[in-house]
Every structure is written in C-alpha cells, then in structure tokens.
Design a protein around this ligand. Structure first.
Ligand code: SF4
Length: 66
C-alpha cells in the first residue's frame, strides 16, 4: 500500500485468517513490527478489538482544519 493504509481499510497483506503475509520479512513496515498489542488495546476477541480500536481511532483523529 504505497500511499499508506487509511483507517478502516483492511491491509492488502492480511490473509483471510488474519495473518500478515510480510511477517518476518524486511519489507514489513517498521510501524507494524514496533506495535505491541495488549489486552487493553485489543480485548479478548475480534469483536472487542474492532470496538476498542475504533474508539482509539476516533480519540486520536486529527482535528479538522478550518
Ligand atoms: S502487520 Fe502491517 S503489513 Fe502486516 S497485515 Fe498488519 S498492517 Fe499489514
């Protein structure tokens, strides 16, 4: 994704069973390798992760210009 991955867009490197095709490869973005998932961030299920990550996305969204 040379233009970056917008919020709410599924990464093209993510498989149907939610594994990263670039895991362990040098071309994996540094930000992905540095992210440390936690229970606070992801909860205990896909549903909880989606809910919590949406809240984080909204809370950290840049303010509109103008
Ligand atoms: S770890 Fe990064 S490159 Fe891999 S699937 Fe997730 S967002 Fe995509």
């Amino acid at each position: 994704m040379p233009e970056g991955k917008p919020a709410y867009v599924r990464c093209v490197q993510l498989t149907a069973d939610n594994l990263c095709l670039l895991f362990g490869k040098p071309e994996r973005p540094a930000v992905c390798g540095s992210l440390r998932a936690s229970v606070e961030m992801c909860g205990a299920s896909n549903e909880e992760a989606a809910e919590r990550l949406t809240l984080i996305e909204v809370a950290t969204r840049p303010a509109p210009v103008g």
